[in-house]
Design a protein around this ligand. Structure first.
Ligand code: FCB
Length: 437
């Protein structure tokens, strides 16, 4: 049970759960095209145990019971993502009617149950054919993405509560093109620099396209990390500052101020697309809200390896099952910082949660949520306009490079039988959200 009351958050605060298409849908028939995650996962060595999203949680068929779980938990909203290759299998051109029908059913199913649909256009499943054309390294991705955004706005826009363009552009660009951890798995600074700019240029271009089609309540979802020096030394302090630029300020500064941090543009100068400065007005198109995903902090130290600007080191705090330090204060700090230094837009915590070992009894997860929800309350008291909170995730699901090995769900999934079993953390939310109604 949580120690606070729903009313502490105010009467219009939105509580929701979040998922992403590739992590839960499965259902690769019915005309769905392949994505970069299908082939990345099929390549040995990329994903734990060679797991793929082929079946995942079979949400494609079992969505009615998943929506029932959201309703029964007392949640107001469901943050889900559209699979681009399910709607437009080749990335551009022909539309897959079965994909349109699926999301029609899903969205109508939410509305019938009184659940508000919060959509994300891109949660990492780029159509493979677009990767063949350079994916996020190719400037043309802005127009491919805008056409896809237009389709979504035209077919579903009237029923969506809110729409985000991109989930976690740092992951789309840096993690996937420089660190090589996510699809397409590049480790190349030029590829990363181009993706880092194009992902935000595509975001702004899609905002224009969505607005032109009448879509309302538009935002982006950034993953922010509290960057902390590993020691008091000046070298570690400057490493943490650089980490903050890579992880946070590139995206906050670009999207909300139309400016990239100078230490980044200095570092990436030889590799950034020519005349990228001319795009900054598009990158920073006005938004209606900002989404922030928060999981942990990063501890930084100066790198001893040539060419590598900084290094992250493991910290001393208690860790989740995926090895991330538990640091609720970081959420308060980031929310207050964004509100003070970057924007007065309404802020939503669009993801927060923890990996825990398998089981239905997860008191550590309930405590994690308790402490992070308190961190949200503290940020609100300090003046940050936080309007909602989405737990990651409704279900145990396909955790990208970790496969099915790491479980983030409020609800346990047996992947053999596809049986869903609510965990004690789900019951804690149920208690919080139902009691106040
Ligand atoms: C975030 C992703 C989400 C999930 C969580 C654990 O970075 O947006 O899909 O994998 O981490």
């Amino acid at each position: 049970m949580f120690s606070f009351d729903r009313r502490d958050f105010g009467s219009d605060f939105t509580f929701g759960v979040a998922t992403a298409a590739y992590q839960i849908e499965g259902g690769q028939g019915d005309g769905r095209g392949t994505s970069i995650w299908d082939t990345f996962a099929a390549t040995p060595g990329n994903v734990h145990n060679g797991d793929t999203g082929l079946h995942a949680c079979n949400h494609y068929e079992l969505w009615p019971q998943d929506l029932d779980l959201i309703r029964d938990g007392g949640f107001d909203a469901y943050r889900f993502s559209f699979a681009w290759p399910r709607l437009i299998p080749e990335g551009t051109g022909t539309v897959n009617q079965a994909g349109i029908d699926f999301y029609d059913r899903l969205i109508d199913g939410m509305l019938e149950r009184g659940i508000k649909p919060y959509a994300t256009l891109y949660h990492w499943d780029l159509p493979s054919t677009l990767q063949d054309r350079g994916g996020w390294m190719n400037r043309d991705i802005a127009s491919w993405f805008a056409d896809y955004a237009t389709l979504v706005a035209q077919r579903f826009g009237d029923r969506l509560e809110a729409t985000a363009t991109i989930n976690e552009p740092w992951c789309v660009a840096f993690l996937s093109h420089y660190l090589g951890v996510h699809a397409p798995g590049y480790r190349d600074l030029r590829a990363a620099a181009r993706a880092m700019h194009h992902v935000l240029f595509a975001h702004g271009t899609a905002i224009d396209a969505l607005r032109a089609s009448g879509a309302k309540n538009l935002g982006i979802v950034l993953n922010l990390e509290k960057s902390v020096p590993a020691s008091d030394s000046d070298a570690d302090k400057s490493a943490a500052n650089f980490g903050d630029a890579v992880f946070n300020r590139w995206y906050l500064g670009g999207v909300l101020k139309g400016q990239y941090p100078t230490e980044m543009t200095d570092w990436l100068a030889p590799y950034l697309p020519a005349n990228y400065q001319d795009d900054m007005a598009v990158v920073s198109r006005p938004l209606d809200w900002l989404g922030i995903n928060y999981y942990t902090r990063g501890l930084y130290t100066a790198s001893t390896q040539p060419g590598r600007p900084v290094e992250q080191v493991p910290g001393p705090l208690e860790k989740t099952d995926i090895g991330w330090e538990i640091y609720p204060q970081g959420l308060t700090d980031l929310l207050v910082r964004v509100s003070n230094d970057y924007t007065k837009l309404p802020i939503y915590v669009t993801e927060n949660g923890m990996a825990e070992v398998e089981g239905d009894n997860d008191p550590r997860r309930t405590k994690y949520y308790e402490d992070h929800l308190k961190a949200v309350l503290a940020a609100r008291e300090a003046g940050a306009d936080v309007r909602g909170y989405f737990a990651w995730s409704l279900l145990d699901n396909y955790e990208w490079a970790e496969g099915y090995n790491k479980r983030f769900g409020l609800v346990h999934v047996d992947y053999e039988t596809q049986k869903r079993t609510p965990k004690s953390s789900y019951r804690a939310f149920q208690g919080l959200l139902h009691n106040a109604r």
